[in-house]
Design a protein around this ligand. Structure first.
Ligand code: C5P
Length: 235
C-alpha cells in the first residue's frame, strides 16, 4: 500500500505554490501534494497541469457533493486532468459515490484513487444532532459512512489518524485512510485539536498523512518534509 506524506499546498496563487515547490527541486524524493478549493478556484486547471508537469503526484481535494449525474460528469473532467486522487462527500449517498467512480474511470480502465469525506472534523456531535438532525453517535456515523464508501467501491476515506484503526477494522486493511491533523511532537498545533505525530500515525495505520503548515510554514520546508518521511514512511 502507498504510505506517503502529502503536502497540503494551501496557497492562494500559482506563483506562491510553484516557488514553494521549487525548493524541492534537488530533493531525492518528489513530494505528493494536495491542492484544495482555494488554489483550484483561483488558478483553475492550469495549476494542476503545471504541478503534474513537474512530476508530482497530486490529490485534488474538491469534496464533490451533488446529484449523481452531475458528479459523474464533473469527475470525468477531473480524471482528464491526470490527477492521482480525488474525493467526494459520503453524505452524497452510495449512488452518488458509484457515479463518481464511473465518471473517473478512463477508457483504458485506469482512474485516480477515489476517497470519501465522512463527517468533517469541524462538525461536532452537537451540530450534527441539533442542525443536521442526525441522532446517532458521531463515531458510529463516521464508520457507517466509511462502510458506504467501501460498498460503493471507493478506495478509502479522509479521517482523523485517531479513527484509522477503527476504519480498517470495519472496512479492511486495504481500505485507505488519508489523515490530516498531523503535528511534530515539538511543534505548534495551530487550530487543529486532535493531532498525532507522523510516527504515531504510522503506528495507528494511516496510509497517507496530509501535512500543511508544519511543512509550508517551517523555516526549512524541505527538512520538515524529509523529517515527516523519515518518521512516517521509512522503516
Ligand atoms: O496545516 P495543516 O497541517 O493543519 O493542514 C491540513 C490540511 O488538511 C488542510 O489542507 C486542511 O484543509 C485539510 N483537512 C483537515 N481536516 C480535515 C480534512 C482536511 O485539516 N478533516
Amino acid at each position: 500500500m502507498g504510505k506517503d506524506v502529502i503536502i497540503a499546498l494551501d496557497f492562494s496563487t500559482a506563483e506562491e505554490t510553484l516557488s514553494f515547490l521549487d525548493k524541492f527541486a534537488d530533493n531525492d524524493r518528489k513530494p505528493y501534494v494536495k491542492v484544495g478549493m482555494e488554489l483550484y478556484y483561483a488558478e483553475g486547471p492550469a495549476i494542476i497541469k503545471a504541478i503534474k508537469k513537474r512530476g508530482h503526484k497530486l490529490f485534488l481535494d474538491l469534496k464533490l457533493h451533488d446529484i449523481p449525474n452531475t458528479v459523474r460528469k464533473a469527475m470525468s473532467v477531473l480524471s482528464n486532468l491526470d490527477v492521482d486522487m480525488v474525493n467526494v462527500h459520503a453524505a452524497g449517498t452510495i449512488d452518488m459515490m458509484k457515479a463518481a467512480k464511473e465518471g473517473l474511470t478512463r477508457e483504458d480502465g485506469s482512474r485516480p484513487l477515489l476517497i470519501a469525506v465522512t463527517q468533517l472534523t469541524s462538525t461536532s456531535q452537537e451540530r450534527m444532532t441539533n442542525e443536521l438532525l442526525i441522532e446517532e453517535d458521531i463515531d458510529k456515523v463516521v464508520i457507517k459512512y466509511a462502510e458506504n464508501a467501501d460498498d460503493a467501491g471507493l478506495d478509502g476515506v479522509v479521517c482523523s489518524p485517531l479513527e484509522a484503526g477503527k476504519i480498517h477494522s470495519a472496512c479492511g486493511r486495504n481500505f485507505l485512510t488519508v489523515t490530516p491533523g498531523v503535528r511534530f511532537a515539538d511543534g505548534d498545533k495551530g487550530d487543529q485539536v486532535r493531532v498525532t505525530t507522523p510516527e504515531r500515525a504510522k503506528e495507528i495505520g494511516s496510509d497517507y498523512i496530509v501535512v500543511g503548515r508544519p511543512i509550508t510554514q517551517a523555516d526549512d520546508p524541505v527538512a520538515a518534509y524529509n523529517r515527516c518521511v523519515a518518521e512516517f514512511v521509512e522503516e
